[in-house]
Design a protein around this ligand. Structure first.
Ligand code: SF4
Ligand code: SF4
Length: 724
């Protein structure tokens, strides 16, 4: 009996809707689709006003699309750090896509298959399966939206707080409520029909609609009343659906399309590898919206206003005038206002009526926490660097940063010290450091500005020299031919000076015989590894600002020193037993080593090789919290409350599972910032700041004879800690 029913099972598609109603529906559907297409065309046309993107973001489009589909469908990026919101959003996406596909299938049957064949495939087993899947996925859709609505309103002061910001508008509420009423309205329409049709047996597969019918009946609705009410309920649901389709390109709902496109066009190296600029001095950076690439313009429409970037931003947490979400959305609002014929104002300037204020951009630490947190691959740093470059072009640059630029230009280092004294840190060593310009070495050690000139960091440089010496590494340095690597001045917009430094350094690299480069500083490591090989030095050859004679750089294997020494330790070349020290320590992931370059484990392995107990801070690895030194923060004074370094030290002292004696770092800039934060934040009695290299040397000194190291253990490193 059921089998017989099953082969005939279906439902009338325009039940209780007469020919006039049906014609009106098709007319309204055509209008709604036309408005959707026109609005979408305008959005896309607005991106095409942007400049070409230096990356080929559409290469291997099928592969990119499959990868993006995986990301969108799994909602992996949304689940990161907020499982409930991620799952709820996944339910909404899966439910929405199922309903969209189901409606398309029905449309094909009604408007193509039936007119062409006189038959319908929307019957029998197909219809039953279709109804079951649609009801089940629709339920996920409504439940997901219910959770998101709860987070938005009831949990507004807690987990939902980040959703609210300067750009939160009525359209955000309308969007989420419209989806909710579409889901609920679909079930109401189904329930009224099932009740009006007196519960056809096979409709039990539409289990949610069936349940709604029972509820309506128990509330007093009779089948006759359902028959009468059905047209009104159906029209209300249909008009809401058609209005929603028409509204998609007009505001918030467009993020559904733009964010998917943004994920397809994303660049895995964005942020850690900044785009170059043309050598043409007349070229502008962010003088107008047409300077931004189409991807940077698309970023604005892709933003879901979720606020994850703002919650992760250390500059915002310190009370600086920077909210990464607001910057992205300010640019978007300005583009929309220009598209509507609005006033032309400067994109970025010091005060006045610019879209973004110079102080906002100066506040950025280039830590990439915003990009890491963003679920839709918005590349904040690319746009932010563009605006920083514009500020440099306009001369709207902080005084102390200008001084740094001068120092680099005149002396080749950020300290403004003589190049001749660059290697003076090594004078106190009881051995000579090889000159890589004269000796062929395995490792060319790029020491960096801070370990060369800053007294606190010179001790780190000496510790590392001891480690290399002790392990018998063949290494050498560039002495006074070493110049500043340029990573951070590039991030604050001084591109020409960056290219000049990079070209000068590459010239020195090419004059030496070495196999690999090892860096003390993760900032140097980042730019050597990701940026130098991309710079077209030849393009700048005629520029009067540059002073080098290289066309390009083929690159070389580049390492942060912790990666090299991790291998030495595992080969037993430091002679560590693993029980030399017994401190309880925590490790701070530097942004440029961790988030930028995914190296989280080598420093941890070294800390553990000393015997120390490593306790993690709540924000560790990719969630690490910037020390405040990146993006030029090291050279600028802010009225922070608290300073990022103080907040991080507070986390180490108050939020770790056990009392921490040492705060371990692996970046010279972090050392400088945390030594300062330790004093200003009142943490001097709580913990000491040590570099991993210092910890290793202490362990080597505490241990027995080395298992093959070149230097003897007695007294090793005792000169490393000496003050200059
Ligand atoms: S890079 Fe860091 S400091 Fe800059 S906006 Fe992003 S999170 Fe904030
Ligand atoms: S930029 Fe990304 S993380 Fe920030 S609010 Fe927009 S979608 Fe969310």
């Amino acid at each position: 009996m059921f089998l017989l029913q099953a082969t005939e099972a279906t439902r009338p598609t325009f039940w209780r809707i007469g020919p006039v109603g049906k014609a009106a529906f098709y007319y309204l559907a055509a209008v709604s689709i036309a408005v959707f297409l026109l609005g979408s065309y305008r959005r896309v046309r607005s991106y095409t006003q942007g400049a070409a993107d230096p990356q080929d973001r559409l290469a291997d489009l099928p592969g990119r699309t499959v990868a993006a589909a995986r990301t969108v469908l799994s909602n992996r990026t949304l689940r990161d750090g907020d499982l409930l919101a991620g799952l709820a959003h996944a339910f909404v996406v899966w439910g929405f896509l199922t309903l969209l596909i189901a409606t398309t299938i029905l449309g094909i049957d009604m408007d193509l298959y039936r007119p062409l064949t006189g038959d319908s495939f929307w019957v029998g087993d197909f219809y039953l399966s279709y109804s079951l899947v649609v009801d089940a996925m629709g339920l996920l859709f409504v439940v997901g939206l219910g959770v998101l609505l709860y987070r938005r309103y009831a949990a507004r002061d807690g987990a939902g707080a980040r959703l609210w910001g300067r750009h939160t508008a009525r359209e955000d509420d309308l969007f989420v409520w419209a989806l909710f009423f579409l889901g609920v309205g679909g079930y109401l329409t189904e329930g009224v029909r099932i009740l009006g049709q007196n519960y056809p047996d096979f409709e039990t597969v539409s289990f949610v609609g069936w349940f709604v019918a029972l509820v309506l009946e128990s509330a007093g609705m009779t089948p006759g009343m359902a028959v009468d009410a059905y047209p009104a309920v159906w029209w209300a649901h249909s008009i809401l659906a058609l209005a929603f389709i028409a509204a998609i390109p007009l505001g918030k709902p467009f993020h559904m399309l733009a964010s998917a496109a943004n994920v397809v066009a994303s660049d895995d190296d964005a942020g850690r590898r900044l785009p170059g600029v043309p050598a043409d001095l007349a070229a502008t950076n962010a003088d107008s919206l047409s300077d931004f690439t189409w991807k940077e313009l698309l970023d604005g429409d892709a933003c879901t206003k979720c606020g994850r970037c703002s919650s992760a931003c250390p500059a915002k947490a310190s009370g600086r005038p920077l909210d990464p979400r607001d910057v992205i959305l300010d640019l978007k609002s300005y583009r929309e206002s220009r598209d509507a014929g609005g006033e032309d104002v400067p994109i970025v300037a010091d005060g006045g009526t610019s879209v973004v204020d110079s102080e906002t951009m100066e506040s950025c630490l280039a830590c990439m926490a915003c990009m890491d947190a963003c679920p839709v691959e918005i590349e904040h740093l690319t746009s932010f660097t563009r605006m920083n470059r514009q500020l440099v072009d306009q001369g709207d640059v902080d005084r102390s940063v200008q001084d740094v630029f001068q120092n680099v230009m005149q002396q080749g280092n950020t300290f403004g010290e003589s190049a001749r004294t660059r290697a003076d840190w090594s004078d106190q060593l009881d051995f000579d450091v090889a000159d890589a310009r004269e000796t062929e070495v395995e490792y060319l050690w790029y020491v960096g500005d801070y370990p060369s000139y800053d007294d606190r960091n010179k001790k780190v440089a000496r510790s590392l020299a001891h480690i290399f010496e002790h392990a018998g590494v063949e290494y050498g340095i560039l002495y006074d031919d070493e110049v500043y690597d340029g990573n951070d001045i590039r991030r604050i917009g001084e591109e020409f000076l960056y290219v000049d430094q990079a070209g000068t350094l590459v010239e020195s690299f090419e004059d030496c015989e070495f196999e690999k480069i090892v860096c003390t500083d993760p900032h140097s490591f980042n730019t050597f590894e990701n940026e130098y090989p991309e710079v077209d030095f030849a393009e700048f050859a005629d520029d009067p600002m540059v002073d080098f004679d290289v066309d390009d750089w083929d690159g070389a294997p580049v390492f942060h020193w912790t990666q090299v020494v991790e291998d030495l330790v595992s080969e037993g070349r430091l002679g560590l037993r693993g029980d030399e020290l017994d401190y309880t320590v925590t490790y701070h992931d530097p942004c440029h080593l961790g988030r930028y370059n995914d190296e989280y484990e080598a420093p941890r392995a070294l800390v553990e090789a000393t015997g120390c107990e490593l306790v993690e801070m709540p924000r560790n690895r990719a969630d690490s919290f910037c020390c405040g030194g990146g993006g030029g923060g090291l050279w600028m004074d802010f009225d922070d409350d608290p300073k990022p370094s103080e907040e991080r030290l507070r986390e180490a002292v108050e939020d770790t599972a056990s009392a921490v004696e040492k705060f371990v770092v692996a970046c010279p800039m972090c050392t400088t910032m945390f030594e300062d934060g330790r004093k200003t934040g009142g943490f001097e009695d709580d913990l000491a700041i040590v570099d991993v290299a210092e910890l290793l040397i202490e362990a080597v000194e505490a241990g027995g004879p080395a298992a093959g190291g070149a230097a003897g253990p007695a007294g090793v490193g005792s000169d490393a800690m000496a003050d200059d």
